[in-house]
Write a protein that binds this ligand. Structure first.
Ligand SMILES: Cc1ncc(COP(=O)(O)O)c(C=O)c1O
Length: 490
């Protein structure tokens, strides 16, 4: 199957599909022409409503996909509908569907054993794993961090990053003293001092995953949390910025100062009640919670506050990492030499995990451990993804395409102020607000039936999470289609 796909991809330029039906009412993109389509389709092609007859379903499944036929920015469904995918598997496809470079990795005979034999990585890693890590994760280490721990998904990365913080904090408090018998015994019955009453501070609107610890730090939607017991961990307000930013400079500064003050107050308040804040977790852009941005100054000051109080700073880049903001890590926009103590990742990086500073390395094996601890096969793919990002200069591409997308959204906001507001973004990590939840969901449905897959987030936002191979012409194509939808929207 894989080889037929590869053959087809290599010959694809000869059989470009020209079924694109041009949307009417074009205003933005007279320039919506492709100029660099390699193996991709020319545009969407819709045969049925989506979900179509072969996809009808219930629950969370949106539609069934034909991944063999999907390529580049285009996702094909089981009914043969081909859609421009601006959501990309919840922001987790780095360089488009079936990228030929990744298919080649699969065809390389020296990689076969890595794909076939998934090891218990923490105890029996393959011989070439350190070398492969150097080509992949260790080539993208955030400023100040030398260590990396791989994991399987975003939640398990954050969950273990929290544990790493607690172990570090306890070691700091305990000093050179030996671990006591009492600690050993009390930890077995979930009591202090063996299980200290440490906390992780998070922000209202944040999302860090769905496992028990992560869920205690997640505050985006009630449906994630309902009926699950949780922990009394402090929750700070995240700035609610007013848009357009240039009209609300003073108000937004005050709002950010208010939130920073609350962070400090909460650290003091929780320490007073014996619940030490060992660490603070934050997303550079709150994603699931509604694409909430704060200024670079806010994060720089937050970093200072966290350092001042001796807490660890965990930057959750599960959704923002991997290049979609125009820099490999979104925290690079803050321009700090010491942006954090731990940076967690997953999604576009194919493997989960976290980078951390030397001092956070646990002092004994098995303190951070599970059976798989990631997957060396994903690491092989990641090495190639990074290679493609560099050779195809995809971060520059993201900045260019993102500018077209955001300028277009700002333009739509001027044309349809009753439907589009608060257009915002960095790179292609863009979003806007619909008037309400119902209209937002109907916009997503209409777009899908016109051949564009979009995602929602927060109460009423639509988010853009295309792959890094999303180019200016794709942005124009989307803007034309969406303009038509808004022109007719009831
Ligand atoms: C910022 C952030 N952290 C953590 C997670 C959890 O990742 P996963 O769904 O892989 O467990 C997500 C998932 O959307 C996320 O956006």
């Amino acid at each position: 199957m894989a080889s037929s796909l590869l053959t087809r991809q290599l010959t694809y330029t000869l059989q470009k599909n020209l079924k694109l039906s041009l949307p009417r009412g074009r205003y933005i993109s007279q320039t919506a022409t492709k100029n660099d389509v390699d193996f991709e389709y020319d545009g969407p092609s819709m045969k049925t409503e989506v979900p179509g007859p072969r996809s009808r379903n219930t629950g969370a499944v949106t539609f069934f996909c034909n991944y063999e036929e999907s390529r580049g920015n285009y996702l094909v469904d089981v009914d043969g509908n081909r859609m421009l995918d601006l959501y990309c598997q919840i922001s987790s496809i780095p360089i488009g569907y079936n990228h030929p470079a990744l298919i080649k990795v699969l065809h390389d005979p020296t990689n076969v054993s890595t794909f076939v034999n998934r090891p218990a990585l923490g105890v029996l890693p393959p011989e070439n794993f350190p070398e492969k890590l150097t080509e992949s994760l260790l080539s993208i280490t955030p400023e100040g961090m030398n260590q990396v721990q791989t994991m399987a998904c975003g939640s398990c990365s954050n969950e273990n990053a929290f544990k790493t913080i607690f172990i570090w904090y306890r070691k700091k408090e305990r000093g050179q003293v030996e671990i006591t018998k009492e600690e050993q015994e009390t930890c077995m019955i979930n009591q202090s001092p063996g299980c200290p009453d440490y906390t992780i501070m998070s922000f209202m609107g944040g999302f860090h995953g769905r496992t028990m610890g992560c869920l205690a730090a997640t505050h985006s939607k009630a449906i994630h949390k309902l009926d699950i017991p949780s922990l009394d961990w402090p929750i700070a307000p995240f700035p609610q910025l007013k848009y357009p930013l240039e009209d609300f400079i003073k108000e937004n500064k005050l709002e950010e100062a208010r939130c920073l003050e609350e962070v400090e107050d909460l650290i003091v308040k929780y320490r007073k009640k014996g619940k030490t804040v060992a660490g603070i977790v934050v997303e550079p852009i709150q994603s699931e919670g509604g694409d909430n941005h704060a200024s670079d100054d806010f994060f720089r000051e937050l970093r200072e506050v966290v350092r001042k109080h001796g807490c660890a700073f965990l930057v959750d880049e599960v959704q923002t990492g991997g290049g979609c903001t125009g820099k490999f890590w979104a925290h690079e926009h803050w321009g700090l030499k010491d942006p954090g103590d731990i940076v967690s990742f997953s999604k576009k990086l194919q493997t989960g995990g976290y980078f951390y500073k030397d001092e956070f390395r646990p002092d004994a094996p098995y303190r951070i451990f599970n059976t798989w601890l990631g997957d060396p096969a994903k690491n092989l793919l990641l090495a190639e993804v990074i290679n493609v990002i560099n050779t195809e200069k995809l971060l520059d591409n993201v900045s260019r395409a993102g500018k077209v997308l955001l300028d277009g959204l700002l333009d739509l906001q001027t044309r349809y102020p009753h439907l589009v507001s608060r257009a915002r973004g960095r790179g292609t990590f863009c979003s806007f607000d619909a008037p309400d939840d119902d209209k937002r969901n109907r916009m997503i449905l209409k777009a899908r039936n016109k051949g564009v897959v979009l995602g929602g987030c927060g109460e009423k936002s639509i988010r853009f999470r295309p792959a890094l191979v999303f180019k200016e012409h794709h942005a124009h194509l989307f803007l034309n289609i969406f303009n038509d939808i808004l022109a007719d929207f009831k």
